[in-house]
Ligand binder design. Structure first.
Ligand SMILES: Nc1ncnc2c1ncn2[C@@H]1O[C@H](COP(=O)(O)OP(=O)(O)O)[C@@H](O)[C@H]1O
Ligand SMILES: [Mg+2]
Length: 360
């Protein structure tokens, strides 16, 4: 009997641990597919970033999780509870899903004070006024806005308005917070500060979050796992370090700007780039059609006729170093990180160590 109890306990813990489970989600809008067979699991206390270019379906995916949009196919579980399944006619509305959202445009009520904005979700839950006030104070203190409680959103800066929206999202102590590009309207310096703030709220409050962004730095600094999206699909879901070490496709490598992805062919003397240069022995990999040349791992050396060579098109100062765009013999261009600014037109050799290569 003991074993059975232990197994049941383990099962329920695993289900509780999953704050979000999406299975086979598909959505079409205006007759065009926007999400195709999307699956994802978010565990308690974790942050998953949805990262991808504009139009790839990030907001649509959040709307399905929030209950603002019903999927055509697929299943949504929140904390082990089925909240959407069109085949069984299940659809739980947003207000019954126990989550909060933070939007790019803040979505505050302009006619209400900061305190009233933050207290509104509690009012909706029927929390009595006195208890509400204490929790609003606490949430405003957490985001550093206690002194602005009586102001209206229009009298605040963009960063302050977004802090109000964050306070409103955490005041109900939700299990799950959905962020939709919350920092995209802010300038870079403020974005960096607010990423740190959001990270500390997540850690202190043990929040679980889906965080939509098109900004790789934001995704990588906040998320335990990153879902790289493209054209309505998740191309890869992995911790940031793993994405960098092993991008699953040329698209992921290119979107993350890891370097140049070039076609390769195998000849008797090894793997060739277009134009003929050999970059690896024939035994380096069983099969491949393309290779990533990692910008950071390729070294510039004097040309000696025996290795990959190219012509510098541009040398750029990057703040923390230099980079150059080099055109190879086959006409393909690669970005490399360099120690000095390379002069346009100069010929260079490229030393490509095995760790600079990732095969597709
Ligand atoms: N209500 C709608 N009707 C028709 N197409 C839509 C609608 N909402 C979004 N789309 C389309 O769905 C795609 C994904 O949109 P969205 O989820 O907003 O992308 P993202 O948030 O990644 O920028 C886009 O091509 C967009 O034009
Ligand atoms: Mg969007």
């Amino acid at each position: 009997m003991k074993d059975v109890d232990a197994a049941a306990g383990a099962f329920s813990t695993a289900a509780e641990e999953e704050v979000v489970r999406l299975t086979g989600l598909s959505v079409s809008l205006g007759g065009a597919p926007v999400l195709s067979d999307v699956g994802l699991t978010l565990r308690r206390g974790r942050v998953t970033a949805l990262l991808g270019p504009s139009g790839c379906g990030k907001t649509t995916l959040l709307r399905v999780v929030a209950g603002l949009l019903e999927p055509e196919a697929g299943i949504v579980h929140l904390r082990g509870r089925l909240v959407a399944d069109p085949r069984r006619g299940v659809f739980v509305p947003p207000e019954a899903r126990g989550l909060a959202m933070v939007f790019q445009d803040y979505a505050l009520w302009p006619h209400m004070t900061v305190a009233a904005n933050v207290g509104f979700p509690l009012e909706m839950q029927g929390v009595p006024a006195r208890r509400r006030a204490a929790r609003v104070d606490e949430a405003l203190a957490r985001v550093g806005l206690s002194k602005l409680a009586a102001r209206r959103p229009g009298d605040l800066s963009g960063g302050q308005q977004q802090r109000v929206a964050i306070a409103r999202a955490i005041v109900t102590e939700p299990e799950l917070v959905l962020f939709d590009e919350p920092l995209s309207n802010l300038d870079r310096e403020l974005r960096e500060i607010m990423v740190e703030e959001i990270a500390s709220h997540v850690a202190d409050l043990g929040l679980s979050a889906l965080y939509v962004t098109h900004d790789q730095t934001e995704a990588f600094s906040l998320a335990d796992e990153v879902a790289v999206m493209r054209q309505g699909r998740i191309e890869q879901l992995a911790p940031p370090e793993d994405l960098l070490a092993a991008p699953a496709s040329p698209h992921v490598a290119e979107f993350l700007r890891l370097g140049a992805v070039l076609p390769v062919v195998r000849g008797p003397d090894g793997w060739h780039l277009p134009g003929g240069a050999v970059i690896a022995p024939a035994s380096a990999v069983d099969a491949a059609s393309r290779v990533l040349l990692r910008a950071r791992a390729v070294r510039v050396v004097p040309p000696d006729g025996g290795r990959v060579e190219g012509r510098v098109l541009r040398g750029l100062f990057r703040g923390d170093g230099y980079s150059a765009t080099v055109e190879l013999a086959g006409g393909h261009r690669v970005q490399i990180v360099t120690a000095t600014r390379l002069a346009p037109g100069s010929r260079v050799g490229l030393d490509i160590p095995p760790e600079a290569l990732h095969w597709f």
